[in-house]
Design a protein around this ligand. Structure first.
Ligand code: NDP
Length: 399
């Protein structure tokens, strides 16, 4: 039996905690976050196991070490915000506990979406004999595991990767983000970037787009974005000649985003408001709906997958692997919308893979460096069934 500590009590945490409670391998679960009341709400929504709760400022390393040492988990699952990644990795090292997260570290004043800060922990985790798994949500997360699975079973070499992320759901609000508004808007408003022939190509934000057909959904306009898993996938799959990430947005969403940007409300540098420094994006976060509040009325599906091209046995090979997830079904099961659900399920399953020894090895790893098979064997039963189409033509025509 294993013990797990979850940090953060937002939309993703609700799913992680529900899913961990449903796994018989975990008998003790501690949920700790900045606001104790949000931990209590999640704990009270789970009837199968008693969830312990604690108030914790995860930016405070000594406080976190104290709590970890008192609870003695086998693994800490970080579903707070990317800003907490390094302090939680420091606390895990000091307390001798394995670590897993779903988003890479970001300095608050510089949204770079780079792994270098966390990769720098490789030696310390290795020497401590501890495992740190980075980016084990859906994207990053399952998209890397899908790619590793494709390479293991269907390709000798992968040359082109296009990750496609569609949210075809409707929540009935004029404008809202599907996960933490601050992190989400930082991600979308940065320049687009993709990898081609050994170089990173930068383009203006949302300037490249085309319709992509998604299973059971149909055509949706999809925009090229930089997404953090591209960096690790290009590093770990050196045969890649091109790697891109695409995400759907509605015209309505983009119109609101343009207005907010034009007004300066997406800025992350502080402005002076009557003598008080205010970061406009943090203010905007306070004004926008809490993403978890969208869940009750959300309908429709998400569809996230990977289109891959390369060679197998000397012949050209094309391949598509994906999951579709239904917002309303996610809500019925755990009280969360599909974006939180598709992030929380892989995080809980990744924690199990470490706790039961399957993915336990010293060092810092991105998910594509680990064996995809045991993970994908259980992903469907955990709530995210996946499908593959060997020979599926990519929607991206040769430029
Ligand atoms: P939320 O904003 O809903 O939740 C974040 C939680 O972290 C809140 O409970 C918040 O506390 C808590 N928190 C913030 N700062 C601290 C701190 N210093 N100490 C302790 N707790 C803190 O975010 P989401 O649940 O939507 O997202 C969680 C994570 O998942 C994010 O890192 C996000 O980037 C990532 N993500 C990953 C995806 C993937 O596919 N890989 C997709 C979607 C999200 P409080 O309640 O007090 O605000």
């Amino acid at each position: 039996m294993a013990r797990v500590m979850v940090v953060g009590a937002g939309g993703v945490s609700r799913v992680v905690t529900h899913k961990l409670a449903a796994l018989e391998e975990f008998d003790e679960i501690l949920l700790a976050s900045r606001t104790l009341e949000r931990c209590t709400q999640i704990a009270e929504s789970i009837s199968t196991k008693s969830i312990q709760t604690a108030q914790l400022d995860a930016d405070n390393v000594p406080e976190t070490v104290k709590l970890i040492k008192a609870f003695r988990p086998d693994i800490l699952v970080n579903v707070a915000l990317p800003y907490q990644d390094l302090s939680l990795m420091d606390a895990c090292l000091e307390a001798g506990v394995n670590y897993l997260d779903t988003a890479n570290y970001e300095p608050p004043d510089n949204p770079k979406f780079e792994y270098r800060w966390q990769w720098a922990y490789q030696e310390r985790f290795f020497e401590a004999g501890l495992t740190a798994i980075l980016g084990c949500g859906f994207d990053p997360g399952v998209t890397g595991i899908f790619t590793a699975y494709a390479l293991k079973h269907h390709f000798d070499e992968i040359h082109e990767l296009d990750i496609v992320d569609c949210n075809a759901g409707t929540h009935g609000r004029a404008f809202a983000t599907n996960f933490n508004p601050e992190i989400n808007i930082r991600e979308i408003t940065q320049p687009g970037r993709y990898y081609e022939k050994g170089e990173w190509v930068t383009v203006p934000p949302l300037s490249i787009h085309q319709p992509v057909a998604y299973p059971e959904i149909g055509d949706r306009e999809s925009y090229l974005l930089y997404h953090e898993e591209l960096e690790s996938l290009v590093k770990h799959i050196p045969t890649l000649k091109r790697a891109r990430f695409w995400m759907t947005f509605s015209e309505n969403y983009l119109m609101y985003l343009r207005v907010l940007e034009t007004l300066g409300l997406t800025r992350i540098d502080p402005i002076d408001y009557e003598g008080t420094p205010v970061v406009p994006l943090k203010l905007l976060k306070k004004l926008l709906p809490d993403p978890s509040s969208l869940a009750a009325t959300y309908t429709g599906q998400t569809s996230i997958g990977c289109h891959l091209r390369g060679i197998k046995n000397g012949q050209p090979q094309q391949y598509y692997i994906y999951n579709n997830c239904d917002h309303a079904k996610s809500y019925q099961e755990v009280g969360a919308q599909a974006i939180s659900y598709t992030t929380g399920v892989p995080a809980a399953l990744g924690a199990l893979m470490v706790a039961n020894g399957t993915w336990q090895k010293p060092g810092v790893f991105n998910v594509e460096q680990l064996d995809p098979d045991p993970f994908l064997e259980r992903l469907g039963a955990m709530g995210l069934p996946w499908h593959e189409v060997i020979g599926q033509a990519s929607p991206f025509v040769e430029e």
